[in-house]
Design a protein around this ligand. Structure first.
Ligand code: SF4
Length: 282
């Protein structure tokens, strides 16, 4: 654990300023992400140094299709998330506390070097709520000439994003819904901060987007087409990954229909140059 970055105190509370939830936290209580506790006048990042998974993946698995293709990347994650999606495909580490091992930022960088890898991905759980560890590791990695990748829901405030982007070379950002209300109802967050993250990130890093197609949430072709036209006008062209959902956690509707995904790929190609399907067993 470590003192958190990006918070202030007010009377007896801490106000976390890391993500748009801006949690107001009472003494000895946690924020929404369950990774930050206000204790003895300090906000503490509980998961600093706590690694739930570390392994070598192909870069295409992140997914990134237009950045260092054909290379391998060291992937590392912790636990916790600042959203509450009932269809979370990684809920065992995002909504529960898994078994962890303790690692320092330097040990993660050393592991990348020992395996001759040229990049580290902060992934598996939401890296925003692993911020201090990601920041220190990414900084140490750059000093050794190793690049950094964030696989994120993009739900982060401007100041922490800009500070971290100094050391981030590529990102894959999730776009979960086509409208703010659905995002709020389903995931407990807003869409607009995610769109702002995409715009800011695109200036400083290579960015690709992922859209997990969840039945009943974002599987309407007309709505998707309208949204993608708007999204293109807002953020411009970038690779899009349309990903297949499987029933898990609190969501038990059947997996996304592959024919529908093919139709969505066709629709998305009206606006974006590169559109890929993911999780379809290809
Ligand atoms: S990072 Fe966690 S504690 Fe901080 S505002 Fe977001 S959900 Fe709340």
């Amino acid at each position: 654990m470590k003192e958190a970055m990006f918070y202030k105190t007010f009377e007896e509370w801490a106000i976390c300023q890391l993500c748009p939830n801006n949690c107001i936290i009472k003494p000895d209580h946690l924020g929404i992400c369950q990774t930050r506790i206000y204790r003895d006048g300090k906000l503490i990042a509980l998961n600093f140094g706590e690694v739930s998974g570390i392994q070598i993946d192909p870069i295409e698995k992140k997914p990134l299709a237009h950045w260092r293709q054909g290379t391998q990347i060291l992937s590392v994650g912790s636990y916790g998330c600042n959203l509450k999606c009932p269809f979370c495909q990684n809920y065992r580490i995002s909504q529960e506390k898994p078994r962890v091992i303790t690692m320092t930022p330097e040990a993660i960088v050393a592991q990348a070097i020992a395996n001759d890898l040229e990049a580290i991905a902060y992934t598996y759980n939401e890296p925003t709520v692993f911020y201090e560890m990601v920041y220190e590791t990414a900084k140490a990695a750059h000093l050794k000439g190793i690049a950094n990748v964030l696989v994120t829901n993009g739900y982060i405030n401007e100041a922490p994003l800009l500070k971290l982007l100094t050391y981030i070379d590529a990102m894959n950002i999730d776009v979960k819904t086509y409208d703010d209300q659905k995002m709020l109802d389903m995931c407990g967050g807003r869409l607009n901060p995610v769109i702002e993250t995409i715009k800011r990130a695109k200036v400083m890093a290579h960015v690709e987007l992922t859209m997990l197609i969840v039945p009943g949430l974002n599987d309407n072709l007309q709505e998707m087409s309208r949204f993608l036209a708007w999204l293109f006008s807002e953020v411009g062209d970038m690779p899009i990954h349309i990903s297949r959902y499987f029933p898990v956690y609190e969501y038990d509707l059947p997996a996304t229909n592959i024919d529908l995904m093919l139709q969505m790929q066709k629709v998305a190609r009206q606006y974006f140059t590169y559109v890929y399907l993911g999780n379809v067993g290809d």
